[in-house]
Design a protein. Structure first.
Length: 166
């Protein structure tokens, strides 16, 4: 129990550092909501290496603490909606994937994350016009999901390789 809690806390700390680091970078493109999502590397890693419960705990804590650290409460609502759809999509597709297809899960979950953000934007702003952002967010989410997924897959494969060589 202590090892599990310590592992979750360390991964949460790493995810928060990545979140804060990314928040300091200038925007990649001048479209609201488009970012790399570096902290999602940790979410994907946790989902495939630990239990779904651990990944969920790390995700929810990162979303809450990230919005507190950024000082923007609105960030919480968008991130939470996206994070929940992302997590649900991971739960649904994980059984169909091999360990060499983690990047696929990341791309799909990134798309669902963006869909969750758009749904929340429509609710908050009472404007279906927010759907106009969806193609841009899906395109950028696909690229970001691919990068974070490949990163998580490389980390998982390298750590598994080191375990087998010990």
């Amino acid at each position: 129990m202590v090892k599990r809690l310590t592992t979750d806390a360390l991964l949460l700390a790493i995810a928060l550092v990545m979140f804060v680091f990314e928040a300091q970078l200038p925007p990649i493109v001048p479209v609201p909501g488009v970012k790399l999502g570096l902290a999602n590397i940790i979410t994907v890693y946790a989902f495939f290496v630990l239990t779904p419960q651990d990944a969920f705990l790390i995700l929810v804590c990162r979303i809450f603490l990230g919005s507190v650290f950024s000082g923007q409460l609105m960030t919480f609502f968008f991130s939470f909606a996206g994070g929940m759809l992302c997590f649900l999509s991971l739960l649904c597709i994980k059984p169909a994937l091999t360990s060499d297809q983690i990047w696929v899960a990341s791309v799909i979950s990134a798309i669902f994350h963006n869909i969750g953000q758009i749904i929340m934007a429509i609710i908050i702003f009472s404007s279906p016009a927010m759907m106009a952002y969806l193609p841009v967010l899906i395109f950028s989410g696909t690229i970001a999901g691919l990068l974070t997924g490949l990163s998580a897959q490389v980390i998982i494969n390298r750590l598994n390789h080191k375990k087998t060589n010990l």
